[in-house]
Design a protein around this ligand. Structure first.
Ligand SMILES: O=C(O)CCC(=O)C(=O)O
Ligand SMILES: [Fe+2]
Length: 341
C-alpha cells in the first residue's frame, strides 16, 4: 500500500469527503490494511487504505463515495468496534494534503553526528566489540522479554510505564545488572565529550525490535519525558542496523504526554535529520538533542545510507541507559518540557 495523498486536517474538517483519517488503527496496533479495508468495506466500496504517517497507528481509508465515508464515520467513530478487537477508532474527514513536507520522503542519512550538527548529539562507532555484543545479547535473551502490544522490552533499575510515559520512582527494581557494568564503566569515559554529560545511570530499557511485523511498526517520534529522565541518554545498538530520524518542530508544544489517538497533526513544520546507527555503536543524546528534538526509528526494510542500500537485519536490540530524575526538569527548552508546561 502506498502513502497517502490525503491527511489529517489541520483544523477539524466538518465538510464531508470520501477520505477518512482514522486514528488508533493500523499495523502497529495489530490491524492489517486488509482487515481495516474489510471492516470499512461494509459501508461501501473502499478504494484503498494507506498509512497516514509512519506511526503505524493512523491510516487513511479512501471510499469511492462520500456517503459511504459518512456512514462509516457515524457508525465507527469513538465507540468500541467488535470486529476490530473492541478498539475505539477516532475518525475525521481527511483533506487533500498541501503540506510541503511529505513524511514519506526520506532525508539524506548521515553517518556521523558532526555531519548532523545537532547540539549535544554524539555517535561513537564500535563502542563495544563483537564478542561483547554477543555476550550482551545472550545475557538479555536468558531473561524474559516482556511482550507489550508494540514492543518487547526488559526494564532494569526502574520500570518505564508506557501509558504515562514516565517511571514509577517509588518502585526501585534494584541495581543495574552485572552484564552492563563494563558498558557503564566505558560510558563514564565519555564525560570528556561534554562536561555536562551525566554518566551515572540507573535505568536500562532493553528493547527488542523484530522485523516480523508489517511495515509501519517502528518507534514513533517522541522526546523522552523530561520529568522522567535527566539530561543524558545513551542508546547502544546491538545486532542490527537502523536509522534514527530527528525532528525539530518549529511550532511544537510539549509532546511527551501519553500518546493519544486524538493527537492532532498541528505541527507539521519541522526540520528533519537522519543518522545511521550501526550495530555496536552508542548514541548519546544530551542538551538540545535530548530536550528539543523528537527522535524516532522509521520502519524501513532497506535504508539508503550515502550510496549504499543497507538492509535491516531480522532483529535489532537496543539498550537505552538513562538516569531517573527525582525533581522537576529545569531545562532551557520549556517549550518541550512537561515540568514547565
Ligand atoms: O532503540 C533505540 O535506540 C531508542 C529507544 C528510545 O528512543 C527510547 O526507548 O526512548
Ligand atoms: Fe527515546
Amino acid at each position: 500500500m502506498g502513502l497517502p495523498r490525503f491527511t489529517c486536517p489541520k483544523r477539524r474538517a466538518d465538510e464531508s469527503s470520501p477520505h477518512l483519517y482514522v486514528a488508533n488503527c493500523g499495523p502497529a496496533v495489530g490491524l492489517s490494511y486488509e482487515k481495516i479495508a474489510s471492516v470499512f468495506g461494509t459501508y461501501g466500496d473502499v478504494k484503498g487504505v494507506y498509512a497516514a504517517d509512519e506511526s503505524g497507528t493512523r491510516v487513511i481509508v479512501s471510499f469511492q463515495e462520500k456517503g459511504s465515508a459518512q456512514s462509516a464515520l457515524k457508525e465507527l467513530n469513538g465507540k468500541p468496534c467488535s470486529s476490530l478487537g473492541g478498539r475505539s477508532l477516532h475518525i475525521q474527514y481527511s483533506v487533500q494534503s498541501h503540506d510541503k513536507i511529505n513524511t514519506s520522503q526520506s532525508v539524506p542519512v548521515s553517518t556521523s553526528a558532526s555531519e548532523l550538527n545537532i547540539p549535544g548529539l554524539f555517535l561513537i562507532h564500535d563502542f563495544i566489540t563483537a564478542k561483547e555484543e554477543e555476550e550482551l545479547l545472550s545475557a538479555v535473551d536468558c531473561r524474559p522479554w516482556k511482550h507489550l502490544a508494540k514492543r518487547r522490552v526488559q526494564h532494569y533499575g526502574y520500570e518505564f510505564c508506557y501509558d504515562i510515559r514516565n517511571v514509577n520512582t517509588s518502585q526501585f527494581l534494584g541495581e543495574l545488572p552485572d552484564f552492563v557494568s563494563p558498558i557503564l564503566e566505558r560510558i563514564r569515559s565519555l564525560q570528556t565529550l561534554d562536561g555536562a554529560v551525566d554518566v551515572y545511570l540507573n535505568q536500562l530499557t532493553a528493547r527488542n525490535y523484530v522485523n516480523e511485523y508489517p511495515p509501519g511498526v517502528g518507534l514513533s517520534p517522541h522526546i523522552d519525558t523530561h520529568s522522567a529522565f535527566e539530561g543524558s541518554i545513551f542508546s547502544l545498538s546491538l545486532t542490527g542496523p537502523c536509522i534514527m530520524e530527528f525532528r525539530k518542530y518549529t511550532t511544537s508544544t510539549w509532546q511527551g504526554k501519553p500518546a493519544s489517538s486524538e493527537d492532532n497533526e498541528d505541527h507539521l513544520d519541522f526540520v528533519r535529520k537522519s543518522i545511521y546507527l550501526p550495530p555496536r555503536s552508542i548514541l548519546l543524546l544530551s542538551g538540545e538533542s535530548r530536550y528539543a528534538w523528537h527522535h524516532y526509528i522509521p520502519h524501513h526494510k532497506v535504508d539508503k545510507v550515502k550510496d549504499s542500500l543497507i538492509r535491516r537485519g531480522r532483529r535489532r536490540v537496543s539498550f537505552t541507559l538513562r538516569k531517573v530524575r527525582k525533581g522537576p526538569c529545569q531545562c532551557e527548552f520549556p517549550q518541550y518540557c512537561d515540568s514547565q508546561e
